[in-house]
Ligand binder design. Structure first.
Ligand code: UDP
Ligand code: MG
Length: 241
C-alpha cells in the first residue's frame, strides 16, 4: 500500500464522559500536523453517563468527529467492530477512551505501519496499572502466547494500527479484541510491534477485573486455538471473470 493513507481512529466508549474532550484535543494535536486525512469514530457502548451528549457536542464543534451509539452495552469487541464497519478510511487506529494510551504515539505507529506492515501493535513497556492488573496481564500474555504459539508482547494494548479491509474479514466474537494479532495473522497480516507510552486512567473506573478476564479468557483461548488449527487459505490458479 502507498503510504500516508487516510486513517480512522476508532474508540470504544463506556461511561467515559470526563475523558472525551481531553482525549479528542490530544488526538487533534497529534494528527493535525500530519499530511494525512483523518477522522475519529467514537462508539458509545450504551453508556449510562453523559458520554453521548459530550460526543454530540464534540461533533458539532469538530468536523473530524463522528460517533455512533448502541442501544445498550454490548462490550468492547462489539464496539470495536461497529467502529471498523463504520470507519470511512482504509487504515484503522484503535485506542481506549480513558487516556491510558497516549495519542502522541499515533504518528510513530502510523510511520511504522507505513513501512510495509498490515498491523502495528503498541507494547506498553512501563504499565501504569495496579500491581494485580500488571501480574494478571503478564500471566494472560504468557498463556495466550503459549497456546496460540505466538510471541506477541502485549495483545491487550489497544493502541494498534491495522488495515481495515483485513479487519472486516476476521471472525467476530465477544473478547476477540484480545486476539487481534492472531486473527489478523490468519488473514496473512505482517505484524510489527513498538513500545508505547502508558498512563494512568485520567478519570472514571476500569470496566474489568482480573477474574472476569481470566474466566472468559480461557474459553476464548481454546476457541482461538481451534480457529488456528482449522484455518484454511486458498490460491486461485485460474478464473474466467
Ligand atoms: N469499554 C467498552 N465497553 C465495555 C467495557 C469497556 O466500550 O463494555 C471501553 C472503555 O470505555 C475503554 C476501553 O473499552 O475505552 C477499555 O476499558 P478499560 O479502560 O476499563 O479497561 P482496562 O484499561 O482497565 O483494561
Ligand atoms: Mg483503561
Amino acid at each position: 500500500m502507498p503510504n500516508t493513507l487516510p486513517a480512522s481512529i476508532v474508540i470504544p466508549v463506556y461511561n467515559e464522559e470526563m475523558n472525551l474532550p481531553r482525549l479528542f484535543d490530544e488526538i487533534a494535536q497529534a494528527m493535525r500536523p500530519l499530511s494525512r486525512a483523518w477522522e475519529v469514530v467514537f462508539v458509545d457502548d450504551g453508556s449510562s453517563d453523559h458520554s453521548l451528549e459530550v460526543l454530540m457536542r464534540l461533533a458539532k464543534d469538530n468536523a473530524e468527529v463522528r460517533y455512533l451509539a448502541f442501544t445498550r452495552n454490548r462490550g468492547q469487541s462489539a464496539a470495536f467492530c461497529a467502529g471498523f464497519d463504520n470507519a470511512t478510511h482504509p487504515v484503522v487506529v484503535t485506542l481506549d477512551a480513558d487516556l491510558q494510551n497516549d495519542p502522541a504515539d499515533i504518528p510513530a505507529m502510523l510511520a511504522l505501519f507505513d513501512q510495509g506492515f498490515d498491523m502495528a501493535i503498541g507494547w506498553r513497556k512501563k504499565r501504569q496499572d495496579t500491581w494485580s492488573k500488571r501480574i494478571g496481564s503478564k500471566i494472560g500474555n504468557a498463556i495466550r502466547n503459549s497456546l496460540t504459539r505466538e510471541s506477541v508482547r502485549d495483545t491487550g494494548c489497544s493502541l494498534k494500527v491495522m488495515r481495515r479491509d483485513m479487519l472486516l474479514r476476521i471472525p467476530r466474537f465477544k473478547g476477540m479484541h484480545r486476539y487481534l494479532p492472531t486473527l489478523m495473522k490468519l488473514q496473512g497480516a505482517r505484524v510489527a510491534e513498538a513500545p508505547v507510552n502508558h498512563r494512568e486512567r485520567f478519570t472514571g473506573v476500569s470496566k474489568y477485573s482480573n477474574w472476569q478476564r481470566a474466566l472468559v479468557g480461557i474459553r476464548d483461548l481454546f476457541g482461538v486455538r481451534w480457529l488456528q488449527d482449522r484455518h484454511f487459505s486458498y490460491e486461485i490458479r485460474e478464473k474466467n471473470r
